[in-house]
Structures are given as C-alpha cells and as structure tokens.
Design a protein around this ligand. Structure first.
Ligand code: 3PG
Ligand code: MG
Length: 395
C-alpha cells in the first residue's frame, strides 16, 4: 500500500475519496465536523506538494436522485474556512461540467463534487460510473475509512482505473490504531461495549474474547443479558431471540478466562423522554411499566474501577440514551474515567466511532483520549477480522 508521505503530488491532480458524511441540522449547519477536520492533513499535504485536490464523498442515504438536504454544497463554506482555500463546487459528480472544472484546477486548488449517492450506480459499484469518476484525477487517494466497509464505485471499484493508489492519513491512522489494540494491547485490556443491539456487536464481542482481559457490557443491549439471566427488565430494550446467544457469550467468556461485568443498577424511566419520571433500581428489578435508560451509580463505580486499572481500553457504544441529558450521566461518567485512565495511567484508549465518538466529542474529550475513530461500522468490521473493500482496493 502506498503511503501519502512516500508520494510527491507536485503537478498531480489527486482524486480523493473522503468520508464527509457529517450530521447537519435543519439549517444545514454541520453539528459534528470531526470527519472533515480529520482529513485536512491529507488535503494540506497534497496542496503543499504542489498538487490539486478533487474531493468526492457521499452524504446521508439519498434515495438515488438529487435531494437538497443531502447536497454537499452545504459543506463548501465550512470547508473553505477550515482549509483557508476557497473551495470550488461541481453540482454534479460526473458529466461535462465536473470534467471541465477538474481539468482546469491549478496547483493549490480544491474542487468538491456533489454527493456521489445521487447516482444509484455509486452504491451498486457500477464499473462504468467508476470509470467516469476516475477521469477526474491522475492519482487516487482513499481517506474514507468510515466508508471502507462498502464496496462502492468510489471506494473500491474505481481503483482499477489508476496506477497510483495512495492511502490517506486518516485511513492509515485508523488501521494502525485498530491493529495496535488487536495485536499489541498492553494489559489489562478492557473492552466496553454498549449500544442498542447485541446483534450489531456479536461478531466483535466473539472476536474480542480471544484478546481482552475484561469485557464490560452496558447500554441497551445489557437488558437482553439481564432478561436471559432471569431478571425483570420491564419495558426495556429486548432482543427476545438473542437471549440464548447472550448466555452462550457469557459461557464462552468464562471458558476463555475473560471477566465479564454487567450493570448492577439502572436509572429507569416511566416514559421515553428526557423529562419522564426517574428512579434507580437494582438491575433485574425493573417494574413492568418502566424501562432502563442508563446505568446507575453503583454500576458507574464498578465499571470505573475496572477501567481505571486498565492499560488498553476499547469503547464502542453508549451506556444509555445519552441524547437525553438526564440519561447521559452514565455515558459521561465513563467518558470521564476513560480520559483519566489515559492521562493519569498512560492507558491507550480507542473510541469506536458512531455514538460513542459523538459522546466523547460532545463532552469535549476528543483530544484527551488516545484516538477517536471516524468509522462506526467500518471499525467494527475491521476489528471483526473482515477485509474492508476500501482497504483491499489500495493494495
Ligand atoms: C457512516 O456514516 O457509517 C459511513 O459514512 C457510511 O455510511 P453508510 O452507513 O450510509 O454506508
Ligand atoms: Mg453507517
């Protein structure tokens, strides 16, 4: 795989697949620009070499035609400010006008293309579409780790049309950090898994059982474990058909000598809203009309104790419904203790993308953990041991 540092972009036009799939509010303002900021060093290196950049990305999941709310034009202003370069915009990612704009780019200039997913050919991995895109640059750079698990036209198929294929800085850092945790973790190694569904995390948990010392389970998926063990979970999230699997995972963990920690108390609520009534009960003793929306104080203490003694921490998934401030206490407390373990004990902390990354970034802790991944599904799949099409295409 060619690295960015080993390549001189002088006089070259780089076609860069970035993951600018960022959240926008109703005024089309970016509410978390982490993914854009992450890619700036890649763009800057190319410009500094004397090259130019054509950036391509998807945004959201449009239904296969242009939709204003998914237009990448909303990113042009903020990106120009971040880069200190007035970014040009092509309102179609292929076609004559995109080609003309790309062809007339001068060294130091940046062109952003309209949303790739306005063509259904993108997600289908259409070869002819990929070939059209490929005409927009001399060298292909993939820095879209967050989309590397998709075998789409711009992430994988396009690579066959280039002799020079280069791995961007984000892609490189993501792979290096994931690999460090998988192959080279200082011990004790603790994985803390949360989020709504066991089904999303089953493969990664199974894989991690071979390498972790401790497995902490919180968040929505913990209620399925509790129910499977005979507890009362009221109206809490339940994957009824995954109870058997939950018990099997616990058995496997035991057989491999992995210590598993489940919540011992929960903050429960009589409605799914920030202002619903709340109380704290022991895990497994949730009344019928109530639901668990966060971990409780004893659980925070238990999990904190394990994390503060860990030298490697992998965190994926929130501990509760952290979008509601009243039920974000557990998730924020875990973020605090992960920061402390990193700063005070020199632990290596990798925060898996998606919700846990948002939680850490929203708390202002992005720079105080070892690494916040820009990938959600991509990181999970990579850590499960799957080959990511976007990475394979660079080989
Ligand atoms: C993401 O946000 O997960 C990536 O940008 C990939 O998007 P997708 O899940 O819509 O393919
Ligand atoms: Mg996704």
């Amino acid at each position: 795989m060619k690295t960015l540092d080993s390549y001189n972009f002088s006089g070259k036009r780089a076609l860069i697949r970035v993951d600018f799939n960022v959240p926008l509010n109703s005024k089309f303002e970016i509410t978390d620009d982490t993914r854009m900021k992450a890619t700036l060093p890649t763009i800057s290196k190319i410009l500094k070499d004397g090259g130019s950049c054509v950036l391509m990305s998807h945004l959201g999941r449009p239904k296969g035609g242009p939709e204003d709310k998914y237009s990448l034009k909303h990113l042009v202003g903020p990106l120009s400010i971040m880069l200190g370069v007035s970014v040009k915009f092509a309102d179609d990612c292929i076609g004559d006008s995109a080609k003309e704009m790309a062809d007339s780019l001068q060294p130091g200039e940046v062109l952003l293309l309209e949303n790739l997913r306005f063509y259904k050919e993108e997600e289908k991995g259409d070869v002819a579409f990929a070939e059209k895109l490929s005409k927009l640059g001399d060298v292909y750079v993939n820095d879209a780790f967050g989309t590397a698990h998709r075998a789409h036209a711009s992430t994988a198929v396009i690579a066959q049309f280039f002799t020079d294929k280069v791995c961007g800085y984000v892609m490189q850092a993501e792979l290096d950090n994931a690999q460090r945790v998988l192959d080279n973790a200082d011990r004790p190694f603790t994985a803390i898994m949360g989020g709504a569904k066991i089904s999303d995390k089953i493969l990664i948990i199974e894989k991690l059982l071979d390498s972790v010392d401790n497995l902490i389970i919180g968040g929505g998926m913990s209620y399925t474990f509790t129910k499977a063990q005979g507890g009362n979970i009221g109206k809490s999230l339940l994957e009824a058909d995954k109870q058997e699997l939950a018990l099997e995972l616990l058995e496997k963990a035991k057989a491999k000598g992995v210590q598993v920690y489940l919540p011992v108390d929960n903050v429960i609520s009589d409605g799914f809203s920030n202002d619903a009534n709340r109380q704290i009960v022991a895990t497994g003793e949730i009344p019928d009309d109530w639901e668990g929306l966060d971990i409780g104080p004893e659980t925070i203490a238990l999990f904190s104790d394990v994390l503060s003694k860990s030298k490697t921490i992998l965190w994926n998934g929130p501990m509760g419904v952290f979008e509601f401030p009243n039920f974000a206490i557990g998730t924020n407390a875990i973020a605090d203790v992960v920061v402390k373990a990193t700063e005070d004990n020199g632990a290596f902390s990798l925060i898996g993308g998606g919700d846990s990354a948002s939680a850490v970034n929203n708390a202002g802790y992005g720079d105080r953990v070892s690494y916040v991944s820009t990938g959600g599904g991509a990181l999970l799949e990579y850590m499960e041991g799957k080959v990511l099409p976007g990475v394979a295409a660079l080989d």
